[in-house]
Design a protein around this ligand. Structure first.
Ligand code: C2E
Ligand code: MG
Ligand code: MG
Ligand code: MG
Length: 284
């Protein structure tokens, strides 16, 4: 145990740190096999209009079915992939799946296909040289309109480097729309909204959670709608779990929302049922 404030104080933690690092390395090594072993798959969570819950688009969310541990959350394996560098390959795979899926919906449902398909782009991926050009080539190859795809990036990713900001500008120049994800939770400043050309702001669940009470979160949710209206960008409320939250968000001006109250992330086949005119899949 720790006896002094000196160097050996940290020795006490070493076994735990070693174990964590080893687990990280083991899981990370497994992860780099996940695509080859067909263990990754995509789900799509509806984004809906308020107040009626009408289908407006989807956000693509990746899943990993680990052979021993079962489903592992992207909140765990995405950061892991960012640490071991696999994120670039994983991100490329995700984009390929999502763009192909968008093309398939487009072919099958035409005007009724999801108008917007959002996909999460990690910081590392965004900073990869030629990222925007590669994405443009993929969209072109699959015959998907660039305006149908939304790139979701976090404040932290964009703040990181000039390269990320340049990538956002390049995506814009191609006609893609960019959303700032988890807005308000990163190490951000409002000047990001001045410097970074985004078309959509996703208000984080942590604020939406407090929207029905007299809370600082509710004040922030109200203020953000004023900011987005003034900047003429879209606002999407994330993580809406109750009818009361949806009602309150609509009342203060939110037109778009996403959350378990409307629908969970679903396999593409379930999205197809919604597109085919069975909107009862979206529970209200
Ligand atoms: P995110 O981009 O903010 O995605 C929204 C997350 O909130 C998803 O978690 C979704 O399932 C969850 N969610 C939606 N509505 C509700 C709700 O009403 N209540 C609660 N409790 N949760 C809700 P998920 O799928 O576990 O993803 C977690 C994060 O992992 C994502 O947050 C995103 O940052 C990252 N991620 C997921 N898929 C990808 C991907 O394909 N690429 C990259 N780079 N990151 C991804
Ligand atoms: Mg997202
Ligand atoms: Mg989000
Ligand atoms: Mg979030």
């Amino acid at each position: 145990a720790a006896k002094s404030v000196g160097g050996d104080r940290w020795a006490w933690f070493d076994p735990i740190m070693d174990q964590l690092a080893a687990e990280d390395a083991t899981l990370g090594a497994h992860l780099t096999q996940a695509i080859a072993r067909d263990e990754l798959f995509m789900l799509y969570q509806p984004i809906v209009e308020l107040p009626d819950g009408r289908f407006a688009g989807v956000e693509a969310l990746v899943r990993w079915r680990h052979p021993e541990h079962g489903l592992i959350s992207p909140a765990v394996f995405i950061p892991l992939a960012e640490r071991n560098g696999y994120i670039v390959e994983l991100g490329r795979w995700v984009l390929q799946q999502v763009v192909r899926q968008a093309a398939a919906w487009q072919r099958e449902y035409g005007d009724h296909a999801p108008a917007k398909v959002s996909v999460n782009i990690s910081a590392r991926q965004l900073q990869e040289p030629g990222f925007a050009a590669e994405l443009a080539a993929l969209l072109d190859r699959e015959g998907v309109d660039v305006r149908g795809l939304v790139a979701e990036v976090t404040e932290t990713a964009v703040l990181g480097t000039g390269a990320a900001l340049d990538a956002v500008r390049a995506l814009n120049a191609l006609g893609l729309r960019v959303a700032l994800d988890d807005f308000g939770t990163g190490a951000s400043s409002l000047s990001l909204l001045v410097d970074c050309p985004v078309q959509i702001l996703k208000v984080d669940k942590s604020f939406v959670d407090g929207v029905t009470s007299a809370s600082p979160q509710a004040v922030i949710v109200d203020s953000l709608i004023a900011i987005t209206q003034g900047l003429r960008i879209e606002a999407v409320a994330e993580g809406v779990e109750t009818a009361e939250q949806a009602e309150r968000l609509h009342r203060v001006g939110y037109k778009l929302a996403q959350g378990f109250h409307f629908a969970r992330p679903l396999p593409a086949e379930d999205i197809a049922l919604i597109l085919a005119g069975q909107p009862s899949v979206v529970a209200t």
